[in-house]
Design a protein around this ligand. Structure first.
Ligand code: KG4
Ligand code: ZN
Length: 330
């Protein structure tokens, strides 16, 4: 059985985790940077990179100590090598290279999106390839057929904003704070989802893609009108997102060969209204619904360690000069 150390630093979460190939999470250490970025209402790349540089080594030490291990007990070192904010990605990847070189261990460069995509298999041993994955995060909104490690068919993507981006921008417009997704979800619980008429971009369209930019602009107009409570706008916005995702998913599901499981991953997968809708859709199509626990949806080190474990098992390691990539489609 292999033990993999996984490092994550592509956005505003610094994380290190140790995961064993039998799916045991030996330790996971994480430091969010919300306090660094709150005053700016969004993630500032330079501040993020500096914080990653400060936090990464202590977090690796914590992850090793919590598991009662040293680098000698680790079989390979995995790190997010992209896509993401390049300064942060470089911190994690360079740290992993240094550790790999010092301890003479193999290096595994993980695509952050593959980290999200494979994370459901870490908690669900019965989840076999292929499965249908809705990947919803701060930077992406994609529907993927996951055929195997490193083997993805992209069925749909957003033509403008990512879902998480729409949550974050709406939170900013409504003055609900940062990070936006959880703030909108919390406010929505106090609001009336039918109070504010908002558009459902691309609903009913004869194409599989997603769109959220128009929804964000409508939130801005509703807010500027000054006649609605922020809670009502938040609830109406979240309902519109749920409706759009459901409509787009149904479009693809009614056109593809049946798959056993509908799976959700990425930070927005922590949203309970979205999870509940996906559960209903899965039932309608006779599919199993798989969602990682909330902490595994948002960025973390365990998902990178697990993707590393899957790649290691497939014999996929990388040379020490592998490059950090700001853009890296799956
Ligand atoms: O996967 P992630 O942690 O980072 C990226 O790879 O982008 O996703 C972060 C995104 C942010 O846009 C955040 O607002 C959103 O996920 N998010 C949520 C919730 N929790 C996090 N969106 C809606 N509801 C939530 N509960
Ligand atoms: Zn992510």
């Amino acid at each position: 059985m292999a033990v993999i150390l996984g490092l994550e630093s592509s956005c505003d979460e610094t994380a290190a985790a140790l995961v064993r190939s039998d799916r045991t999470i030996l330790s996971h250490a994480l430091a969010g940077q919300e306090d660094h970025h709150r005053a700016f209402g969004g993630v500032v790349p330079e501040i993020a990179a500096r914080a990653h540089a400060e936090l990464m080594t202590p977090l690796v030490e914590t992850a090793l100590a919590d598991a009662g291990m040293t680098l000698r007990d680790v079989d390979a070192i995995a790190a997010t090598a992209g896509p993401g904010l390049i300064g942060g990605v470089m911190v994690g990847l360079v740290t992993a290279k240094a550790l790999a070189m010092a301890a003479n261990k193999p290096l595994i460069a993980v695509n952050h999106l593959e980290g999200h995509a494979l994370s459901p298999r870490l908690i669900d041993p019965g989840l076999e390839f292929p499965y249908l994955l809705l990947l919803v995060s701060g930077g992406h909104c994609q529907l993927l057929r996951v055929n195997g490690v490193g083997d993805y068919d992209r069925l749909a993507t957003t033509i403008d904003d990512a879902v998480g981006e729409a949550f974050d921008k709406s939170a900013k417009i409504l003055g609900l704070g940062f990070p936006g997704g959880p703030a909108v979800e919390k406010a929505a619980k106090q609001g009336n989802a039918k109070a504010v008429p908002l558009p459902r971009p691309l609903k009913g369209a004869d194409e599989p893609h997603f769109s959220f930019a128009g929804l964000k602009s409508a939130v801005l107009r509703a807010h500027e009108a000054g006649t609605h409570r922020p809670e009502d706008i938040a609830a109406s916005f979240q309902q519109a997102v749920v409706d759009c995702l459901e409509d787009r998913l149904e479009y693809s599901l009614s056109r593809i060969d049946p798959l056993g499981a509908l799976v959700v991953a990425g930070g927005v997968a922590a949203n309970d209204a979205i999870r509940a809708m996906l559960q209903r859709v899965a039932e309608r199509y006779g599919m199993r619904f798989v969602a990682p626990p909330h902490w595994l949806c948002t960025d973390n080190g365990a998902m990178i360690a697990w993707a590393g474990a899957e790649r290691f098992a497939a014999g996929l390691t990388d040379p020490l000069d592998v490059a950090a990539r700001p853009r890296w489609p799956l």
